[in-house]
Design a protein around this ligand. Structure first.
Ligand code: SF4
Length: 107
């Protein structure tokens, strides 16, 4: 496991502990999940933005334009603009968004 994957796995585990109720009661139905607000602490902790075009490239110099939630391995498959992300259980992210935990989808 690469260092990057270990860091991401650690992040997923830590955030998963924050969402313990969703683990106890199961994933929230799609209709009850709320869109992650970039201003809330959870989103700030992962530098989430709704629009990947607004990523601060000075702060994240390794960011590439192809990196969006749509191309991330952690987003639910589908075509909806708002979808679940395994990094933030019970919440929705914009397919146009991005965060610093972005992981390339395997082929
Ligand atoms: Fe989730 Fe990936 Fe989007 Fe980050 S970039 S919010 S991990 S789907």
């Amino acid at each position: 496991m690469s260092a990057r994957r270990r860091v991401i796995a650690g992040l997923v585990g830590a955030l998963g502990m924050l969402s313990a109720p969703s683990r106890v009661f199961g994933a929230a139905p799609i209709g009850r999940r709320t869109l992650l607000d970039p201003k809330e602490p959870l989103a700030v902790s992962i530098a989430y933005v709704h629009d990947a075009k607004k990523v601060d490239v000075k702060q994240f110099p390794t960011y590439k334009r192809i990196q969006t939630c749509e191309t991330c391995a952690l987003i639910e498959l589908g075509t909806a603009w708002q979808r679940g992300c395994s990094l933030v259980p019970g919440r929705l992210v914009m397919s146009t968004g991005w965060c610093k935990a972005w992981v390339a989808r395997g082929r």
